[in-house]
Ligand binder design. Sequence first.
Ligand code: SAH
Ligand code: SF4
Ligand code: F3S
Length: 472
Amino acid sequence: MNKRVYIQTVGCQMNVLDSEMVIADLKRHGYTVVDTPAQADCVLYNTCSVREHAEEKVYSALGKVKLHKKDNENKIIGVMGCMAQKDQEIIFKRAPYVDLVVGPGQLHTIPTLLNKIKNGEGRQMAVSLARNEGSQATIARSHETFDPLRDPTMRPTPFQAYLRIQIGCDKFCTYCVVPNTRGPEQGRSPEQILAEANVLAEQGCLEITLLGQTVNSYKFKHEDGSVTDMSSLLEQLHEIEGIKRIKFVTNYPKDMTERLLETIRDLPKVSPYLHVPAQSGSDDVLKRMKRGYTIADYMAMMERIERILPEAAISSDFIVGFCGETEEDFQKTIELVKRCRFKQCFIFQYSVRPGTKASERLEDDIPLEAKARRNNELLAVHDEIAKEDNLKFVGKTVEVLVEGPSKRAKRSDDFDDAHVVQMIGRTTCDRIVVFDGNRRQAGQFLNITIDDASSHTLVGRVKTVEVVSIGM
Ligand code: SAH
Ligand code: SF4
Ligand code: F3S
């Protein structure tokens, strides 16, 4: 038995999906999944390069698993994902005990490369072409991921799944590694996407989340010259009977068109939950980030959303401490958060990434302490807003898809199905709701009456008498 695999995943939803596909592939090749690196013959790290901290965590985990090689010298250690694409040979230099380096566009090679290593052919590497290493089409092809095999047991829940509709990114925001690690922007064909969505529905999947770096810019050009855009893709996916909810991340502000918003409004299964990162509230900073919009553009988008989808929940990402961000710029970010009252804000401190325009042309001149302070300040402002807005739900009833026991309940030893445990579910607008229930409710849509709220969570109880749900 030398086919026990352990996989650890960091980074974004793309990586969670990639890990699911790699495991499905390896299982088809006779591998079984184990819960700890110690039990495994093959340890895989699916990595992220978006910030330095994410990379350091992987190197420190690698340092630990290296010790396992003392007990079992045949144990294979592999690094896959964005860091593999970005660092390539550097990984072998920094961590000479690593046997395998595979970029996110080459994941289909993993079973073959593992066999080569086992056959004594030495360490193996498979990465995609860099942006200057060939024609646009050849580069794009080298980043295409394989036809996905789906494995419900690898998903956080069997009834929720990610579905990639777009690969790569061409926006080249000056701070970001993704256009290098994931390659050129390519929309997958609607035929492939629909076929995969049908497989997911047959596997009992109720909710799909469509993935792309700028998902609402999705476009696929057919051979006859016609184009499928995000709106028509959503319309086609909406027809699949088993799928009850459709979400999509991450959106690009300028492509949040009236047509798309009207489509979302008219398709009841499509969540009016829009993650549209603003990144900064200052035009000067946005310009240096090369985001391609101004705050006036962003506010015009907010106005369109408010007019067409008044019940939508909007969330955003922000980078604090980007090159040259003055205190005044930062105050503008605070103002934007106050004006937009985002449902959620993911806040990151700027981290210089080798190979990006910002790393070459702009000075990382904001001290760490200032980045940390701005991070905390923005968090506190947003927490207050989120709490106020969540408290407005008290007394209302919302519909949730129950995901399973909450973290607190999972930590308890009680695995009795009938026992009352704290369960967690999400509304169509991605609001987290906890309530007392039982494990058998996982995968059900339930109406929950809200009794209390914090900035991140609504707390409620199962509504027993049927009421009209506001579904927010
Ligand atoms: N495609 C998505 C985001 C992908 S990366 C979009 O355009 O919105 C996820 C988030 O990480 C980004 O939205 C940004 O806020 C943050 N991020 C990206 N590069 C970063 C860097 N160098 N330092 C800090 N945060 C970064
Ligand atoms: Fe990175 Fe910008 Fe592309 Fe998002 S849109 S992945 S932030 S380059
Ligand atoms: Fe990280 Fe790559 Fe995703 S850099 S955020 S894992 S696309």
